[in-house]
Design a protein around this ligand. Structure first.
Ligand SMILES: Nc1ncnc2c1ncn2[C@@H]1O[C@H](COP(=O)(O)OP(=O)(O)OP(=O)(O)O)[C@@H](O)[C@H]1O
Length: 176
């Protein structure tokens, strides 16, 4: 079986984590939810691996990562060896799509979308950022996604309906 990579992208609050968590519950072993190395201790509800900065640099230098980046003072990397045969799901910033397209044949970008007003409401009710930070996130300019194969998933529906639609989509991609 060849490996198929689905890159899940979308603005903050669009519902990436929520949908992926549900897919993980339902699809479990059938899909590889690709983990990453991070140079900070992982949160309790996060399934990633801690690595110190020195080790990270060495691994990066030796081509260990399929993709790596830094954000908020930490480094993140997705090891090549974490990509398995079959369906791989990776939640990632859109700026990293090319890393995967260059290295793997079968890469699909799955963009989770939401109209701006709904996005605002969801970010406010999630209550994780200040109103000022929320407005900043909403006003970010999102240019057209440059990728080889794009699927848009509109997450406007009620949660239960959206979750099922998301699952159906993944199953279709899996069997394509
Ligand atoms: N279909 C839906 N209907 C109603 N609420 C939803 C739906 N999908 C997600 N939510 C809620 O919207 C909020 C944002 O979702 P989530 O945290 O999964 O977004 P995210 O894209 O992972 O954001 P970030 O990139 O900032 O981590 C959460 O409070 C979540 O419970």
């Amino acid at each position: 079986m060849k490996s198929k990579i689905v890159l899940v992208v979308g603005p903050s609050g669009a519902g990436k984590d929520t949908l992926l968590r549900y897919a993980k519950q339902r699809l479990g072993e059938r899909v590889n939810f690709v983990k990453r190395y991070i140079t900070r201790e992982a949160d309790a509800n996060e399934n990633n691996y801690y690595i110190d900065e020195y080790a990270f640099e060495i691994l990066k230098h030796n081509g260990y990562f399929a993709s790596s980046w830094s954000a908020h003072g930490n480094f993140y990397g997705i090891p090549k060896r974490f990509i398995e045969n079959g369906l791989n799901l990776i939640s990632i910033s859109r700026s990293k799509i090319k890393d995967f397209e260059k290295q793997y044949d079968d890469v699909i970008t799955l963009n989770i979308t939401l109209p701006k007003e709904k996005l605002r409401q969801r970010l406010i009710s999630r209550d994780r950022e200040s109103l000022e930070e929320i407005e900043k996130r909403l006003n970010r300019d999102y240019e057209k996604i440059e990728c080889k194969k794009l699927i848009e998933f509109d997450n406007s529906a009620l949660l239960e309906e959206s979750k099922e639609k998301f699952l159906e989509l993944l199953e279709r991609i899996e069997n394509e």
